[in-house]
Design a protein around this ligand. Structure first.
Ligand code: ARG
Length: 465
């Protein structure tokens, strides 16, 4: 007799290839703790409802606890022939407590069981991600406060645009990460409904208490439709979409680190802890960690795409296709954790070269907009005209190979005679950033206030406020 749960009507053993394609134990073993938690809640409920005896429930629960510690100590034997984690645990339970084990599966199916396990797993992963993203925000906000007044070129099209501060740039990522956390939190809210008790697809004829199991497992409520409960994987898609967006943000930051750390830019320096050397070129300091953060998003988005394709056109309710919802998900979730950890490390490690950044901020006529704004403000010119005149002055300076603030007044007056000496006061880089006082702008005053706001908020969160 085979140990297969469904062995009853089968006379022959499965073909080896079926066994190989069917088995999910290599990856769904990660669900062991959630599966055991779900089974314990189910067994207690069954006993409370008088569906199984209290003695049997006690044995089941003790047996499940034994299995949990066996798995955690690495003493549990996994085998492909037992298909998945649910079968493994039930088979071992039978070895441990005998026939009472067979009562555990009353009024449930692996379909509602696995849907419950995966929701529990993802919920836990979201909570952990939330904490580590908050830690990254903290690292960024701390660095931003330290560099609220450190000027650098702000870019559009990767061309010097207007001077900004390094702190301002870092805080942009704090905002993105806040939205990432919001998306994950939102996904968590929607996934927090309990499928347990939906059974195979239609519910059960036993007088179960779905509210009780939902509550015991920390769900907000039982899922209202049994067909939906066993076949929905929106929660996987939604979580992976949020995870992908977060990975996009990290990859953008990683790309900036790669650019900034390149000697051609020389804006930041990463220590030996976050760079590697080349086996042939002795001078190299390669930003491998940043490059891998930039690249590993491929597998995360790959997991999202994979599950989108699995779900598309899948008829209700459960189909074995749904077993393909796990491997990529587990990988995407643990990969994002790693990317966050690596990014936290790099943020703490990197040191900006303030001199180089300031010099670069002055290159490329980054204060041309300040000049145009001055013409508008002082001479009452329409902005379009001021833009044209500032452009002509930039062209003249470029021809003379001079920065704007070194171009003689007479040269400027040749283009617009009303320009006065006063213009030079607004052409400096520090003045430029200081003048951007509009809400959300780059003035160090704003940046400092924003960084402090985030630090306060994150500290409060940590204390559970
Ligand atoms: N290993 C399966 C999965 O992950 C468990 C559910 C099996 N259900 C079934 N009807 N064969 O989806």
């Amino acid at each position: 007799m085979s140990k297969r749960m469904w062995g009853g009507r089968f006379a022959e053993e499965p073909n080896a290839i079926l066994e190989e394609i069917n088995a999910s134990i290599d990856f769904d073993r990660h669900l062991y703790a959630h599966d055991i938690a779900g089974s314990k809640a189910h067994a207690s409920m069954l006993a409370k409802q008088g569906i199984i005896g209290a003695e049997d429930a006690k044995k089941i629960i003790q047996g499940l606890d034994t299995i949990l510690s066996e798995i955690e100590r690495g003493e549990f034997k996994f085998s492909r022939a037992l298909e998945d984690i649910h079968t493994h645990i039930e088979a071992r339970l039978e070895e441990l407590i005998g026939p009472a084990a067979g009562r555990l599966h009353t009024a449930r199916s692996r379909n509602d069981q696995v849907a419950t396990d995966l929701r529990l797993f993802i919920r836990e992963a979201i909570d952990r991600l939330d904490q580590s993203i908050a830690e990254l925000q903290l690292a960024l906000a701390e660095k931003a406060l330290a560099h609220a007044g450190t000027v650098m070129p702000g870019f559009t099209h990767l061309q010097p645009a207007q001077p900004v501060t390094f702190g301002h740039h870092l805080l942009a990522y704090v905002e993105m990460l806040a939205r990432d956390r919001g998306r994950l939190e939102d996904a968590r809210k929607r996934l927090n409904e309990c499928p347990l008790g939906a059974a195979a697809l239609a519910g059960t004829s036993f007088p179960i208490d779905r509210e009780a199991t939902a509550e015991a497992l920390g769900f907000d409520r039982p899922a209202a439709n049994s067909l939906d409960a066993v076949s929905d994987r929106d929660f996987v898609l939604e979580t992976l979409a949020a995870v992908s967006i977060c990975a996009i943000h990290l990859s953008r930051f990683a790309e900036e680190i790669v650019i900034w750390a390149s000697p051609a830019f020389g804006f930041i320096r990463l220590s030996d802890r976050f760079t590697t050397g080349s086996s042939i070129m002795p001078q190299k300091r390669n930003p491998d960690a940043a490059e891998l953060v930039r690249a590993k998003i491929g597998r995360i988005v790959g997991a999202l795409m994979q599950i989108i394709v699995v779900m598309k056109g899948l008829p209700l309710a459960y189909a074995k296709d749904l077993q393909e919802d796990k491997e990529g998900t587990f990988d995407a979730l643990s990969t994002l954790s790693l990317l966050i950890a690596a990014t936290i490390g790099m943020v703490r490690d990197l040191e900006p070269d303030e001199k180089r950044m300031k010099a670069a901020a002055g290159e490329g006529y980054a204060t041309a907009t300040d000049l145009a704004d001055w013409l508008v403000r002082q001479l009452g010119m329409p902005f379009r005209e001021a833009h044209r005149i500032a452009g002509e002055i930039v062209a003249r300076a470029a021809k003379a190979r001079l920065p704007l603030h070194r171009l003689p007044l007479s040269e400027m007056q040749a283009i617009e005679p009303r320009i006065t000496e006063e213009v030079f006061s607004i052409l400096s880089i520090p003045h430029s950033v200081k003048s951007r006082t509009s809400f959300g702008g780059t003035t160090p005053l704003n940046v400092r206030a924003q960084a402090r706001k985030w630090l306060k908020r994150l500290a409060k969160e940590r204390k559970g406020g």
